[in-house]
Design a protein around this ligand. Sequence first.
Ligand SMILES: [Zn+2]
Length: 133
Amino acid sequence: MRCEEVHERLSALIDEQLSREEREQVEYHLHTCEACSGEYQDLRRFVEFCRQLEAPEPRIDLWREFQPMLAEIVVEHRLSFVQRLRRQWGRLVSQVCYGIILFLQVVTYQLTLTLSRYIVEPEQAAVVRPARG
Ligand SMILES: [Zn+2]
């Protein structure tokens, strides 16, 4: 078997997809040809590396996540109009509070940035002010 023919069969050899006869021919060539043997080692290492990278299938249990939401919706539908309104009002208030907190954080950050221009470190102030006398 020539080098070219061996190259074409290297990945099949790794995947164990060669017939017994072909495999023996390729293996015999790999024992006698240093170039092909090196190529085979590289390819095998690469394939092993790729197999390690294959992430395990994520387990998605939609029902487990969906069930509590559904239960809450069912409970909410059984409530009276006033109770529902009260719940929604509570949610609205908490969301408005989050909004106010976020707004205050942004304002505080901006204010700190603006004021930091006017704050001079004591060491720098001594250099900037002209000495008296
Ligand atoms: Zn060869």
